[in-house]
Design a protein around this ligand. Structure first.
Ligand SMILES: [Zn+2]
Length: 429
């Protein structure tokens, strides 16, 4: 048996009994923690934890965590980390005053990414995406969702999903694939929306369904993108192939996305910058998780989602990075934690619960991830020495991670790349 013992943990964060499901808003501020603790991981799974006086004598590998916290790795249930090119030109355009919609109208935005993606060879896409995945793992992400949606052609979307499939096969963490053919209407279908929707339902979905290339279906349901009626058609078509909805909703307007997502039993509705009483009421009567992406509002300078209202309404809020080249060019979950506290006014405990347990629920991985629970995967973050838990989101932009353990093994660059490269090349970005 392969065992890893972490000793003298100052704060063992997010300790939960088995069988817990997502946490409602009213319970998010409770973060169960053991001080002066040990954690034992055997054969990749958490096998024991508790007060230091009960720690086992030895293990194959022992790490001393004096002064540090140990917490479950983050789950990131909303990313677009397969893409062909960064988009800092638009970043500069926006600094000069152009809006997201104006950039999209100029043929920039998602369509720009789609054009490049269709030109770039699959192997290149894979290598780039693998490096990004490794980067976010070093920042503490231990499970992730990745979307297609920069292909917008049959071949482009399949190419992206094949890249995600390869990431799934080779990554040491769980990867969930979300088919987002309905990310935007491609230019050539500008005057034939119905034609593009047919292309998705009649050509893309059957191919994806047959080859099991996706776990979920996504639609960008918002003003200037897809209407709630079109979203309904697409989600029903996806459900025929067993793809559950996890959708983009209410980022740019009160689009009806929340309502249509809930009506189709979406696992999550994501973004929610534009949410009022009606949307909150609809979510309250559902199992759908509201996933907030605070870095997008931060990067675009748009209003933030009303997180406090959702939490006060007892909703099981989750957090994600939205890592993508246009509106959130960072997959740093530690930064998301800070933004959740600073811009969404979430308490540190609420943010940590939302980025671990509820984020695991939004990935349908709550039985294996999101908490320190016996039997769950031994994927944890060991922090540098810290004075308190609130110190973590407080220290925005700084690297407070000492090491990341994935399935009981210390993760470093060396494991994820080909042999012969130097260990620990480069730090955090
Ligand atoms: Zn997104």
């Amino acid at each position: 048996m392969d065992s890893l013992l972490i000793r003298n943990i100052q704060f063992l964060i997010q300790v939960r009994e088995p069988g817990l499901s997502k946490i409602p808003g009213s319970s998010l501020s409770y973060l169960p923690t053991i001080e002066n603790a040990f954690l034992l991981i055997e054969d990749g799974k958490i096998s024991d934890y508790g007060a230091m006086e009960h720690a086992p004598e030895s293990a194959d590998q022992v790490i001393d965590a004096t002064g540090s916290a140990v917490m479950p790795t983050f789950c990131d249930p909303h990313t677009h980390l397969v893409f062909a090119e960064s988009r800092e030109k638009e970043f500069v355009d926006r600094i000069k005053g152009l809006s997201y919609s104006e950039i999209a109208k100029k043929g920039g935005g998602i369509l720009n990414s789609a054009k490049r993606l269709n030109q770039v060879p699959e192997d290149v896409l894979y290598t780039q995406a693998q490096a990004r995945l490794e980067e976010v793992m070093r920042m503490g992400t231990g499970a992730i969702e990745i979307k297609s949606g920069y292909g917008l052609t049959v071949e482009g979307e399949l190419k992206m999903l094949r890249v995600i499939k390869r990431l799934k096969a080779h990554a040491q963490i769980p990867v969930k694939a979300n088919f987002l053919g309905a990310h935007a209407i491609p230019l050539e279908y500008k005057d034939d929306r119905e034609g593009y929707i047919k292309l998705i339902t009649e050509e893309m979905l059957p191919k994806i369904g047959e080859s099991g290339l996706a776990d979920y279906i996504d639609v960008f349901c918002d003003v200037g993108f897809f209407t709630p009626e079109e979203t309904g058609v697409l989600l029903r078509a996806g459900q025929k192939y067993g793809l559950k909805p996890k959708i983009h909703a209410n980022e740019l307007a009160f689009s009806g996305g929340v309502q249509i997502g809930v009506a189709h039993q979406a696992v999550s509705v994501d973004h929610l910058e534009c949410v009022g009483e009606e949307e909150i009421e609809v979510l309250k009567n559902s199992e759908t998780i509201p996933t907030l992406l605070p870095s997008t509002a931060f990067f675009l300078g748009i209003p933030v989602p009303p997180a406090r209202k959702m939490i006060d309404a007892d909703l099981p809020v989750a957090l994600a990075s939205d890592y993508n080249p246009g509106s959130s060019p960072s997959g740093s979950m530690p930064f998301i934690l800070s933004l959740a506290c600073i811009t969404l006014k979430m308490l540190p405990a609420e943010a940590i619960n939302a980025a671990t347990l509820n984020a695991a629920a939004a990935l349908e991985l709550i039985d294996s991830h999101g908490s320190i629970t016996k039997g769950k995967t031994g994927s944890v973050i060991i922090t540098k020495p810290i004075p308190s838990i609130a110190y973590l989101p407080y220290r925005f932009g700084s690297n407070w991670i000492s090491s990341v353990i994935i399935g009981g093994k210390v993760f470093d660059r060396h494991q994820a790349t080909s042999p012969g490269k130097h260990k620990n090349q480069g730090g955090l970005p």
